[in-house]
Structure formats: C-alpha cells, structure tokens
Ligand binder design. Structure first.
Ligand SMILES: [Cu+2]
Length: 67
C-alpha cells in the first residue's frame, strides 16, 4: 500500500544538501518517489517495504536532523 510522509529537516542549506538527502531517501528499498527541497522532503513509499522510521533514519545517517 502506498503511503506518503513529509519530513521537516534541519541542517539543510543548499542544493548539495538537497541532493544528499534525496540520494539517501531514494536509496531505500520501497521508496517510490521523493520531492526534496531545503528544509523538507515529501516521500511516497510502499508501506509493505519501508516506513517513516527507516526514512527518517536514512536522513539522519546522511547528516541531517529530522524535526
Ligand atoms: Cu548544503
């Protein structure tokens, strides 16, 4: 089943950050699409394959803070 979340993200300041966050999110198995801008990411994903916690963790592991 498809689900969508929008994460508020601190620590992003430029297009490099946008690319880094998008790469981290899109690398997760089950992520269908993502729209990333400075400060937030909207992600659609297959809830049978991944979840909001896993997506938040990937963002944190890339060096940004999910708020
Ligand atoms: Cu940046």
């Amino acid at each position: 089943m498809m689900a969508e979340i929008t994460l508020k993200i601190e620590g992003m300041s430029c297009q490099h950050c946008v690319m880094a966050v998008k790469k981290a999110i899109d690398g997760i198995d089950g992520v269908n699409s993502s729209t990333v801008v400075v400060g937030s990411a909207t992600v659609t994903y297959d809830s049978a394959k991944t979840n909001a916690d896993a997506i938040s963790s990937a963002v944190r592991n890339a060096g940004y803070k999910v708020v």
